[in-house]
Design a protein around this ligand. Structure first.
Ligand code: F6P
Length: 339
């Protein structure tokens, strides 16, 4: 009986957190502001103090940290980007940089850190947690959708909507001029954006980092399209694909098919901006809320995620090291429907 009682007290004590700091790190993603708002307001609701570090880990190192209030996060739900700004900090990769950052947190009695970002950001979060006994929790914020432990990352839905809006416009002009367009989308290591938007826009081929596509595959798709008298086509190319630079790919196709009018569009950073979609606002709000709830319940070194509509916590080490395979069937369906 006593033993149980003591265990309860100990558990409560070990779970107590004082002050929380939130930051956004890595490539920005639509919905990051909604996540900051959720973290801030949930923490305030529970009587915690909450701080924001500007420019991700850079702000922690340079002591660019401010206290956040309810008003600090008003009217940001609909805003793209991140009002706390973001960066990829080189200094935070060093033990010295992390020690400086930890000292700046300690002087404010901050013992919990919420990192909204992608795999690079979580790698740093794990390190500072282990070296300086700071309780950290990750919120998946990246347009790439490449984190294990969540069906969707914050920003992916908006980014894919931005892509299809642009590609639909490209389709209009491609079809008016009987042209073939190569469209490059983001995804240095993974092709989720290319795969889903390729299907959503009826792309003839989708070239992905995960698959070793060859020129022969691409040429075969184009021959099939010609045989079916398709006059305009879109080929969706993920940035990190194995065939190479989109202009090189276009040139190789031009050489093989001199009669085809080939054009290239790189959608680039347009994919990272814009007001977040409903899905991203809701996801960011729920995951931000559960990040603080999780911290208060003793969660640490985990990422909040949503799988099959349920909030789950996945160890950060797994979120960054494991991958969710691309849905092969989805690629097959896209292929069948496009020709
Ligand atoms: O990590 C998100 C991402 O959008 C990648 O898809 C892309 O390769 C990278 O960021 C681009 O980063 P930067 O804005 O630093 O060039």
């Amino acid at each position: 009986m006593y033993y149980l009682h003591l265990v309860t007290i100990f558990a409560t004590m070990s779970e107590e957190i004082n002050n929380i700091v939130v930051l956004t790190s890595g490539g920005d993603a639509p919905g990051m502001n909604a996540a900051i708002r959720a973290v801030t307001r949930t923490a305030l609701y529970h009587g915690k103090k909450v701080f924001g570090a500007y420019r991700g880990y850079e702000g922690m190192i340079e002591d660019d940290i401010v206290e956040l209030t309810t008003d600090s996060v008003k009217h940001i739900l609909a805003l793209g980007g991140t009002f706390l700004k973001s960066a990829r900090s080189q200094e935070f990769r060093t033990p010295e940089g992390r020690a400086k950052a930890a000292a700046n947190l300690k002087k404010r009695n901050i013992d919990a850190l919420v990192v909204i970002g992608g795999d690079g950001s979580f790698t740093g979060a794990l390190k500072i947690a282990e070296e300086h006994n700071i309780r950290v929790i990750g919120v998946p914020g990246t347009i790439d959708n490449d984190l294990y432990g969540t069906d969707f990352t914050i920003g992916y839905d908006t980014a894919t909507n931005t892509v299809i809006e642009s590609v639909d416009k490209i389709r209009d002009t491609a079809s008016s001029h009987n042209r073939l367009f190569f469209v490059e989308v983001m995804g240095r290591d993974t092709g989720y954006i290319a795969a889903s938007t390729g299907m959503a826009t009826g792309a003839l081929s989708i070239i992905l980092p995960e698959k070793k596509s060859t020129y022969d595959d691409l040429f075969e798709d184009l021959r099939k399209a010609q045989a079916k008298r398709k006059t305009s086509n879109i080929v969706m190319v993920a940035e990190g694909n194995h065939l190479g630079d989109i202009f090189e790919i276009a040139q190789a196709v031009k050489k093989e098919f001199p009669s085809i009018d080939v054009k290239v569009t790189n959608l680039g950073h347009t994919q990272r901006g814009g007001s977040p979609s409903t899905n991203d606002r809701v996801l960011a709000s729920v995951l931000g809320f559960y990040a603080v709830k999780g911290l208060m319940e003793g969660q640490a070194k985990v990422m909040t995620g949503m799988i099959n509509q349920k909030v789950v916590y996945t160890p950060l080490s797994e979120a960054i090291s494991k991958t969710t395979d691309l849905d092969e069937e989805m690629l097959t369906i896209a292929r069948i429907l496009a020709t």
